[in-house]
Design a protein around this ligand. Structure first.
Ligand code: IVH
Length: 650
């Protein structure tokens, strides 16, 4: 009945009959707690809050989607798959949900892990929160693949969003700007009991993987049907089509009808149907070649453009942006918008003082579309890119064929500041204690001229800074020291090479194994790595050709920053090698998934039943019959505390 009600939207019994059944179940379970299964509908109320989410590594990266806005662009997109396929193929048309991407893993028919997209490679473990979403099956039929992952979008319906905000207004709580923010905020709640009260829903739109291989159909369309029969909510409006014209028809229909939907859709998605073709096409960067988002036109508003300001970026690019008369768009306040570059400003004839059209498409930064010519007074001013860097005063150039003007001073404080900020940031070297203002202070005091100088800071130097006490200085030095051991991918990312984001850095680290290895690779060698194209390769090569950059790397090396991949210990040498753990009962400090992940990390195995092979049984609160079995077999049992001591910081 849950499936019929929450997934299929076609209940067979009345609400009161449903409630009566539920009450029976609750009563039965309270009389016979041993019969409560993890997938019981009573288990969706929300577990205890956690201090922080664990991390989940995605077995296959969670990609993003390329965008097109016109039918011509859509047809152009299809050329690539068409050339690779050498023949025509079907496409699946779907709505593009505006929510939060989530991956769900099932093992032996049971929902075990749910994760956010995160940076695409690693996400947050939000399993406990997802368990409260009624359209996510806690278990699926036994003939499902042994282990599989599905991906989809957690959304909040418009009606649910409206109700939630009304309730929040009554309680004097801050309102959510839109259903997407509300959905994302609800899933990323540390207290699952709060999530349980939010009107969330999840649509599944793809298969991540399935084991054993071949256990799922070989077209996307049939996979969707199979997922539906397994109990997942898939969008009934998806459509299998044979031609690109039909994709256009689908787009037009839903552009017209999108307001009639109960959820926000910001476009449609077209996907190549045969899975073999999808695999052959692969990805470029973070986007698959086999799928494309065809976006609906964004929400537009008009306001006055007050000023055009220029920022200097990490690579010296001069980025113009518009300061606007503030206004609310789709629930968020906008007071600034992107202007891309000088040519774009002139092509669109955007002038200072103009009334302009501003658009916000989904979550991206708002942009200025163009001026409202009828509102011109004649007092508007044409924008001119400054000839001198607004920060250091050095000459500004615009290299042939490039859209961006650049500051020519490679030691421009703005550039160095941005580089330094990037270097110490969370996703890079993660040097706690050096934040934005500290970067500024260090540069101004002349203690640091490039990021590598951080590793040569002496305590006496830090103590010369205003308001710097002995304790803070020691803490800074400690975090600097700790950062020497960051994984190689982070170091590569921290260097701030153009076009090398954290995901590309992971690929490079994996392939080349060291900064030196990367530095000596040819562009051709770099392009051997899947996901690295000519633009990225060229940028990396250019980076390592620059003498100042090579000097930074030498200085990092001399300071003892690890510029090589960490040595993975051999499985047999890991502390828990050869041990098999069974975990039973509720743990106070971590979820079962976290405990299992940690055991595996340390080389141990995890079993679900106590057998002669089991070496340790970890016993939490309210354990089941597994403890008795352990006693029978004389297997060693551990309390949660003993287990913690065994697994922490080995
Ligand atoms: S397919 C690998 N299908 O759009 C392709 N994504 O812009 C990505 N999204 O992160 C997944 N509706 O959160 C796919 N029908 C749909 C979708 C969809 C919404 C989201 C998804 C993804 C983002 C990319």
């Amino acid at each position: 009945h849950n499936n019929r009600y929450y997934v299929l939207d076609s209940p067979e019994i009345s609400d009161s009959e449903y409630d009566a059944l539920m009450r029976d179940l609750v009563k039965l379970e309270s009389e016979h707690p041993e019969l409560v299964t993890p997938d019981s509908p009573t288990q969706r109320v929300g577990a205890e809050p956690v201090a922080a989410f664990g991390e989940v590594r995605h077995p296959a990266p969670m990609l993003s989607l390329g965008n097109v806005f016109t039918f011509d662009e859509l047809k152009a997109w299809r050329q690539r798959p068409l050339a690779l396929a050498g023949q025509s193929f079907d496409l699946v048309c779907e709505h593009k949900f505006d929510g939060l991407a989530i991956a769900l893993t099932y093992e032996n028919g049971v929902f075990v892990t749910g994760a956010t997209r995160g940076d695409g490679l690693k996400g947050e473990n939000v399993t406990q929160n997802l368990r409260t979403i009624k359209s996510i099956p806690l278990s699926v039929s036994k003939d499902a693949p042994r282990r599989f992952e599905v991906r989809g979008e957690v959304i909040m319906t418009r009606a649910g969003f409206k109700r939630l905000n009304e309730e929040r207004e009554r309680k004097g709580e801050p309102l959510f700007a839109n259903p997407r923010n509300a959905a994302a905020g609800s899933v990323r709640q540390l207290d699952p009991r709060i999530t349980a009260h939010r009107p969330l829903d999840m649509y599944i739109y793809s298969l991540g993987y399935a084991e054993p291989e071949g256990s799922m159909p070989d077209t996307h369309w049939e996979i969707l049907q199979r997922l539906k029969s397994l109990g997942f909510k898939v969008n009934p409006h998806s459509k299998l089509v044979a031609s690109i014209d039909e994709v256009e028809d689908y787009y037009r229909v839903w552009l017209e009808r999108r307001d009639s939907l109960d959820y926000d859709a910001d476009g449609i998605v077209a996907k190549v149907n045969p899975m073999t073709l999808q695999k052959r096409m692969g990805d470029v960067g973070r986007e698959p070649r086999w799928a494309i988002a065809y976006k609906f036109p964004a929400i537009q508003v008009t306001t006055r453009l007050l000023r055009i300001e220029v920022n200097v970026g990490r690579t010296g690019s001069l980025n113009p942006w518009a300061e606007l008369e503030p206004l609310a768009v789709g629930g968020v306040f906008i007071k600034a918008a992107a202007l891309h570059n000088e040519d774009d400003i002139h092509r669109k004839d955007i002038r200072i003082g103009d009334t302009v059209i501003v658009q916000r498409a989904g979550q991206v930064i708002p942009e200025v579309v163009g001026p409202v010519l009828s509102k011109r007074t004649g007092h508007e001013k044409v924008f001119q890119m400054p000839r001198k860097c607004p920060v250091c005063g050095a000459e500004v150039i615009r290299p042939e064929g490039e859209a961006m003007a650049r500051c020519t001073n490679s030691v421009c404080p703005a550039q160095i500041y941005e580089q330094l900020k990037h270097f110490v940031s969370r996703g890079a070297m993660d040097i706690r204690g050096i934040g934005e203002s500290m970067c500024d202070t260090l540069l101004k005091a002349g203690l640091v001229k490039d990021p590598a100088d951080l590793y040569y800071l002496a305590k006496e130097q830090l103590l010369t800074l205003e308001r710097m006490g002995d304790k803070s200085a020691s803490n800074i030095l400690k975090s600097v020291e700790a950062s020497k051991q960051r994984p190689l991918a982070r170091v590569i990312f921290a260097l701030g090479i153009r076009h090398v984001g954290s995901e590309v850095a992971e690929l490079l680290a994996e392939h080349f194994g060291s900064v030196d290895g990367l530095a000596s690779a040819s562009e051709a060698e770099m392009m051997q790595v899947q996901g690295i194209g000519p633009k990225i390769a060229e940028s990396i090569a250019a980076y390592f050709r620059q003498a100042p950059n090579r000097k930074v790397i030498e200085k990092l090396k001399a300071a003892g920053v690890r510029l090589e991949a960490e040595q993975k210990p051999k499985a047999a040498e890991l502390p828990l090698a050869g041990k098999e753990f069974v975990i039973t009962g509720k743990m106070e400090h971590f979820t079962r998934e976290e405990a299992e992940a940690r055991v595996k990390e340390l080389g141990g195995r995890v079993g679900s039943t106590v057998t002669r092979k089991t070496t340790h049984v970890v016993v939490g609160a309210d354990p089941g019959s597994k403890v008795d079995r352990a006693r029978e077999l004389g297997t060693k049992t551990l309390s949660e505390q003993e287990f913690l001591e065994l697994i922490v910081e080995k």
